[in-house]
Design a protein around this ligand. Structure first.
Ligand code: GAL
Length: 314
């Protein structure tokens, strides 16, 4: 039995410092959970922490900063990782970073949401790679997949090596689902455009083997303010999706989806953990934002739901 850190608090690392991994994602690699997320301090964009037990988190590195190396690749991208203003480096926005390991290229590939730091009008995806999960990532630039707007996003790996990128498109009206190329460095095909005109964002996807269904959590678009989360299901990513069904309470327990972690318990049972951001307020979203982690349960109709617990035991 594991007692997670308390919900609605800014979890701390093994040095007692707050964990800055907002809008994040977890990668399981060589026995460790790697937790990547937004870190808005100083010149930092993305930080990574790791843990063997989901409780003790060791800070590993600021993997993407304004000083990260930049390198183009075959896709035409915009490589700017900061703006020059009055002779100073001003940060752009890199949000909701997600990382997958590509077994063919042996690269850790990050996809995130890029904005220019002044407004949210560029609406681009951006990519970075590294040879290790917690080294200095090389930035490869931002672009609009097939010319589409691309905001809140997630990555998902299906059947061991097929990867998908899902992002809010058309000014957040729809969620585009893209299968990635075999190196995970570009979109290969837009396989679906979900929830036409429903304005869903903050996508988080998981697959349940026992009923062969994909579950996609999302929020409505209300900026930093929380709203009613929803969940839709499908047997195929490019197939027919169910209608969105409420998930959590009217404010998703005051949180917005970041990602879902499939977690194998000691008894071999796989459970799914909902990770949400409880964004802070008063223009101080990042320093006072905290985390909500709740085990996802399923009712007799196989609808996903969560119950509140102050301190969850899994
Ligand atoms: C939210 C989004 C966040 C961030 C914020 C900015 O809707 O989920 O990731 O982009 O808007 O207002």
């Amino acid at each position: 039995m594991i007692r997670l850190q308390p919900n609605g608090t800014l979890w701390t690392d093994t040095d007692g410092n707050p964990i800055h991994a907002h809008g994040g994602h977890m990668l399981v690699h060589d026995g460790y959970y790697y937790w990547y997320g937004e870190d808005r301090r100083d010149n930092i964009y993305v930080s990574v922490y790791r843990s063997e037990n989901l409780v003790d988190w060791e800070f590993r590195r600021h993997v993407l900063t304004t000083d990260s190396p930049c390198e183009g690749y075959r896709v035409r991208t915009d490589l700017s990782l900061f703006r020059e203003a009055d002779g100073k480096k001003e940060k752009v926005n890199i949000e909701r970073p997600k990382v997958l390991y590509n077994a063919k290229t042996k690269k850790f590939v990050m996809w995130a949401h890029y904005e220019n730091g002044q407004n949210y009008l560029d609406a681009r995806a951006c990519i970075a790679t590294c040879d290790t999960p917690d080294g200095d990532f090389v930035y490869h630039g931002s672009f609009n997949p097939y010319g589409n707007m691309s905001r809140d996003c997630t990555l998902f790996i299906d059947n061991e090596n097929d990867a998908y990128f899902i992002s809010a498109s058309r000014d957040n009206a729809d969620l585009a689902v893209y299968r990635l190329t075999e190196d995970y460095m570009n979109v290969d095909r837009q396989v679906h455009t979900l929830f036409q005109g429903e304005f869903r964002e903050a996508p988080a996807l998981f697959y349940r083997r026992n009923n062969g269904k994909y579950y996609l959590l999302s929020s409505w678009c209300t900026g930093w303010a929380p709203n009613q989360g929803t969940c839709a299901t499908a047997h195929k990513l490019n197939g027919r999706w169910s209608l969105n069904h409420p998930f959590g309470d009217k404010t998703t327990f005051d949180s917005q989806p970041a990602f879902v972690l499939p977690y194998v318990k000691e008894n071999g049972e796989t459970i799914f953990l909902y990770f949400g951001d409880r964004w802070g307020g008063n223009g101080d979203q990042y320093f006072t934002s905290s985390y909500i982690v709740l085990p996802i349960r399923f009712d007799e109709f196989d609808h996903a739901y969560i119950n509140w617990c102050d301190v969850c035991e899994i």
